[in-house]
Design a protein around this ligand. Structure first.
Ligand code: BES
Ligand code: MG
Ligand code: ZN
Length: 514
């Protein structure tokens, strides 16, 4: 019977007209994401303020449908309703978990914020799959987190595919806390910029194109960020022998990128310096990596990407703080010119390094960048790097490892990460590890620890410390958080752009007088 009707309808005169009207209606459809909390110890939901308002406008139909459509919505789960409201033909109701959870001491994050990000992201993605182009979102009591969930959840790297995902525009439903919403969008867009750079293939994202993309981003948003693209000649002048020793194996010229944002009303204020590892492809060099998963090493510039994205985001937020971002950019490749295991190179500060493994290249380029960074008289230095596989072994993608000589910096970074949910965890800088990198047969330092595998993340940090004199320095090893499978529910699969939001929140904390 249905088939018959369908056939009649398809062959009928009305078909074309009806189809075309439905089509245009279809593509203009607006969607709505609404949040509901779990009820303490019983079935059923608590509607958010916005959801309750919407429910009223449907004369209680929403809550009625929620009741009869299945068991109560668990945290992060969503359900779709059609035809509830003239303006919103599709409504995604999302589970926010328990109300009023807040900061969790055991998890080191704000559970309510994380739940909102996850739920809103799931709702938005569901509507995106239905090709809904405009989505309004319930602020769920924390519009910034809702905006982050929406913008991070909808990100897709499909610029190199013919078939693209639906572009969805989002806005806050209602007018409550539009400032928070706008701020959340900027934070998420910052992280998405880092994701874009990290996900991009290495034949597209070279040192040169990386710098051009950053330059373009700054000029198109008319931001108060000064950019210097230092060429090989400058790098040589600076006597950055360690950086050059990594770059020399590749046909791609290296580039040293420098960004300055002066947002502080007091222009004598010493800047916060961010330094990011910018290996646009890490083959391992002569100490060649195994081919399995080598493609992931296109994201070995994650430090540079998150650092540059953070400076740009701080400028977009007009944070009253002075920031400098540095990114030594190059490829690590094997060739007739490449550095060989056992070679000795000299860093900018005069220290000699025996390069026993050319795959431990991140610490070499950072050594010179740190030496140069000190000449800019920063009040604190934070370097960010996909530095060691050992960091991934230690913490996985749960948190960025932080090695720091400063309790103050640790507290600031930790505080910021509790808010963003992009967590950090403190790691040791014992002399125990320093002894393993200062024991070299030919030079002052060896670029791999004496016991190579053991404590690999810690020996790498100890190596970097040999190039630091600042009393406030932190090294963030982001190798473990570089990519996401499904661990962070609001990020989807791919390169993560972590910990951009934490760096921005950290800079915001400094700006507001800490
Ligand atoms: N870029 C890698 C570290 C890495 C591994 C980042 C996996 C993200 C995911 C780094 O340059 C590297 O190769 N490190 C070596 C150091 C070793 C030779 C001492 C490593 O971790 O194996
Ligand atoms: Mg390497
Ligand atoms: Zn690397």
């Amino acid at each position: 019977m249905t088939m018959l009707l369908l056939r009649r309808c398809l062959s009928g005169k009305n078909y074309c007209r009806r189809f075309s009207t439905t089509q245009s209606h279809f593509s203009d459809r607006k969607g709505l994401v609404l949040g509901v909390f779990e009820k303490e110890g019983e079935e059923g939901h608590h509607l958010t303020e916005t959801a309750a308002g919407f429910d009223q406008s449907t004369s209680g139909k929403l809550s009625e449908l929620l009741k009869i459509s299945g068991p109560s919505l668990k945290k992060g789960k969503s359900r779709l309703f059609y035809g509830l409201h003239e303006d919103f033909p599709c409504v995604a109701v999302v589970g926010l978990g328990k109300a009023d959870t807040g900061v969790c001491g055991a998890e080191n994050w704000d559970t309510s914020k994380e739940n909102i990000r996850a739920a809103v992201s799931a709702g938005c993605r569901l509507l995106q799959d239905l090709e809904v182009k405009h989505v309004e979102v319930d602020g769920c009591g924390d519009a910034q987190s809702a905006a982050e969930g929406a913008a991070l959840g909808l990100f897709a790297y499909d610029q190199l595919k013919t078939k693209k995902k639906t572009k969805v525009t989002t806005k806050l439903h209602g007018s409550a806390d539009s400032t928070g919403w706008a701020k959340g969008v900027v934070y998420a867009e910052g992280q998405n910029l880092a994701r874009l750079l990290m996900e991009g293939p290495a034949n597209h994202i070279t040192p040169t194109t990386f710098a051009n993309i950053i330059e373009e981003k700054i000029s198109s948003s008319a931001q108060q960020v000064a950019i210097h693209k230092r060429s090989v000649a400058w790098i040589e002048e600076q006597q950055m022998g360690a950086f050059l020793s990594v770059a020399r194996g590749s046909e791609e010229p290296p580039l040293f990128l420098e960004l300055h944002y002066n947002g502080s009303p007091d222009n004598t204020q010493a800047p916060l310096l961010l330094v990011g590892k910018g290996i646009t492809f890490d083959s391992g060099g002569i100490s060649l990596k195994p081919s399995q998963s080598m493609d992931a090493m296109r994201a070995d510039m994650g430090g540079a990407a998150t650092v540059c994205a953070s400076v740009i985001t701080a400028a977009a937020l007009k944070l009253p703080v002075n920031l400098i971002g540095l990114a030594p950019l190059c490829e690590n490749m094997p060739s007739g010119k490449a550095t060989k295991p056992g070679d000795v190179v000299k860093a900018k500060n005069g220290k000699t390094i025996q390069v026993d493994n050319t795959d431990a290249e991140g610490r070499l380029i950072l050594a010179d960048a740190l030496c140069y960074g000190h000449t800019l008289n920063p009040k604190a230095i934070v370097n960010v790097a996909t530095l060691t596989g050992a960091m991934d072994v230690a913490l996985g993608s749960a948190a960025t490892g932080v090695f720091t000589n400063s309790d103050w910096l640790w507290e600031q970074l930790h505080k910021a990460s509790v808010v963003t949910g992009d967590r950090v965890w403190r790691m040791p800088l014992f002399q125990h590890y320093t002894r393993q990198v200062t024991d070299s047969q030919l030079a002052d330092l060896n670029n791999i620890g004496k016991y190579s595998r053991s404590g690999g993340a810690c020996t790498a940090a100890a190596f970097l410390r040999e190039f630091v004199t600042s009393p406030h320095w932190a090294h963030l090893d982001i190798a473990g958080v570089m990519s996401n499978k499904d661990e962070v529910p609001y990020l989807g699969k791919g390169m993560s752009g972590r910990p951009t939001r934490t760096l921005v929140e950290f800079a915001a904390g400094l700006a507001h007088g800490n």
